[in-house]
Design a protein around this ligand. Structure first.
Ligand code: F0G
Length: 383
């Protein structure tokens, strides 16, 4: 166990506080837990300018004991591309496909797997629509831990399954959706004291992902006006918002950007929750953007907090719009992103009048992960 702790865990529903521990939900009320950091002053960012451009340049803002081993594959430091500047509107895309296994999950897994070692676990587990399992398998291999992944059978993009197998994960295919696989892994973890759960219900994983916000701030020297994020299990949108919120707390920026969550129309429980105030899971989620084919997002309360607090909103786009946006990004800008990662652009380009100032689209994963999508481009008459 390493060094001085400058953070603790707090329940987002009842406010109960806990010393750092490998826990996932509040013992009192079952609410999600968030990490509360003792933040440095606003001078922090001027002190780190010469550090390497990867996630661990923000070491002091990440909840890992000072003597603990960092499990890194050189994640973070991804490109922020300026796509256009027109009529007072600057459009950027943050390319998380630049990460070692090709998605933003690597940020969370670098910290999450480091925590698994710090806490003395020998095995890590997750349910996944693909990217989480690919990333966890790679980081577990790096750390010398066993990896166990639960995947919805037939619904994981081939590149992602290929990665999990290559890195030596033990794979359990589940007949059902991601939500069924997630239930199964939670049951497994509750029955084993040696298995650390690395889905985004794990509060530490999201701490790794909050570094997306720090990088955007450093690249633009300010917060953008809007950040648009594809939403599945609804952890990443909260993580990015939390990163910006910490920058406000440190006195580095004045306001958080408006956070806009985009779901696929066949898997959009957050849109209904946002518009009607009542939460209803989608029983049989369906979309060709398999990364976000999730009907019962575990981080719904965190995501709602982030979106409402920031003055943002949730919306959805059709599969056709997603695929046509994916091709548009590929052909107009030379950037290949996976289908889920094209959802923010699909939403932006049909609602451009809503935006002014600066907009950052979060492109969550690399296009090469899902080459089978080619047949749907053709079925939809897009090529
Ligand atoms: N984009 C991609 C490419 C993803 O893989 C995911 C989630 C998301 C967006 C949504 O992020 O869940 O934090 O709202 N993929 C998970 C997985 C569920 O298992 O790989 P979220």
């Amino acid at each position: 166990m390493g060094g001085v702790k400058n953070y603790f865990l707090r329940c987002i529903l009842c406010g109960a506080e806990y010393d750092p521990a490998p826990m996932y939900v509040c013992d009192d009320c079952g609410g999600l837990l968030e990490v509360v950091m003792d933040l440095p002053s606003s001078k922090f960012f001027s002190r780190i300018v010469d550090r390497p451009w990867y996630m661990w340049r923000y070491r002091e803002l990440l909840p890992l004991g000072s003597g603990s081993r960092i499990v890194s594959l050189w994640e973070g430091g991804t490109r922020l591309f300026n796509l256009s500047v027109e009529d007072g509107l600057s459009l950027y895309i943050k390319l998380e496909g630049d990460n070692p296994t090709g998605s933003f999950k690597d940020r969370g897994m670098s910290l999450g797997v480091s925590k698994a070692l710090e806490y003395g676990f020998s095995k890590v587990a997750c349910a996944s629509t693909g990217n989480t399992s690919a990333s966890m398998a790679a980081y577990a291999a790096r750390a010398g831990l066993e990896a166990l992944v639960f995947l919805p059978r037939g619904k994981v993009a081939r590149g992602k399954l290929f990665q999990a197998v290559a890195h030596g994960a033990r794979i359990v295919e589940v007949d059902g959706s991601f939500d069924d696989a997630f239930k199964m892994v939670r049951r497994h973890v509750s029955e084993s004291s040696d298995l650390y759960l690395l889905n985004s219900i794990n509060p530490y994983r999201l701490e790794g992902q909050k570094t997306i916000a720090y990088e955007i701030y450093e690249a633009l020297s300010n917060a953008p006006d809007y950040v648009i994020v594809p939403v599945g299990n609804a952890g990443n949108i909260y993580a990015i918002w939390k990163g910006f919120f910490e920058l406000v707390e440190m006195g580095v920026i004045d306001d958080v950007p408006r956070m806009i969550g985009v779901q696929a129309s066949g898997a959009a429980p957050m849109v209904h929750f946002f518009r009607n105030g009542t939460y209803r899971p989608v029983e049989a989620p369906e979309t060709l953007a398999t990364a976000i084919r999730i009907g019962n997002p575990v981080n719904r309360d965190k995501a709602m907090k982030a979106v409402k607090f920031s003055g943002g909103w949730f919306s959805s786009v059709s599969d056709r719009d997603i695929l046509s946006a994916q091709l548009d990004i590929a052909r107009r800008y030379g950037l290949l992103v996976e289908p889920a990662s094209a959802a923010p652009y699909a939403y932006f380009r049909s609602n451009i009048d809503l935006f002014k100032g600066s907009v950052v689209l979060i492109s969550t994963g690399h296009g090469l992960k899902d080459p089978d999508i080619l047949k749907y481009w053709s079925e939809y008459g897009l090529i």
